[in-house]
Design a protein around this ligand. Structure first.
Ligand code: ADP
Ligand code: MG
Length: 144
């Protein structure tokens, strides 16, 4: 384990990490979340949204590919590209408008759109270690 890795031992801690990320990106940002199904990517996004005061349901937009959240002070776009057939679909969805605006974008399964996403500010790769999660910071920094 290096200082580029954060050990998370339960769901609450993953949500708290999401809150920290919200604080680290107060305006806009492009955040890529890698890791297998069940790694905790959506849990982290849920924690981020809760921290910003959103109380509704937060689930992975697997079929719609993107879920917008209109919060009082900014827009958050949560992508889940697991079912993205062709990266060019992103263009048809008007995704460029999402990330060109002053919004915070969180993208699950960015691998499905390699080469079609803008430069990320933060790339996290979450892996399992028994019941724990190791969040590896592949790019960028988080002030905890
Ligand atoms: N330490 C942990 N961090 C995050 N989720 C955890 C943890 N331990 C158990 N879980 C469970 O793992 C699942 C993660 O699901 P989810 O966040 O939807 O993953 P993903 O979006 O990566 O597919 C949830 O059911 C959650 O309760
Ligand atoms: Mg998910």
């Amino acid at each position: 384990m290096t200082n580029k890795e954060i050990r998370i031992t339960n769901e609450q801690e993953m949500m708290k990490l999401g809150g920290k990320i919200a604080d680290n990106f107060p305006k806009d940002g492009m955040i890529l979340l890698k890791g297998n199904l069940g790694a905790g990517k959506t849990t982290l996004v849920r924690g981020l949204l809760r921290h910003l005061g959103f109380e509704g349901v937060v689930k992975s937009p697997t079929y719609t590919l993107v879920e917008p959240y209109h919060l009082s002070d900014r827009m958050i776009y949560h992508f889940d590209l697991y079912r993205l057939g062709n990266p060019e679909e992103l263009e048809y969805m008007g995704s460029r408008d999402y990330w060109d605006s002053d919004s915070l974008c969180l993208v699950e399964w960015p691998e499905k759109a390699q080469g079609y996403l803008p430069d990320a500010d933060l790339i996290l790769n979450i892996r399992y270690l028994d019941n724990e999660r190791i969040v590896e910071i592949e790019k960028g920094t988080i002030n905890l």
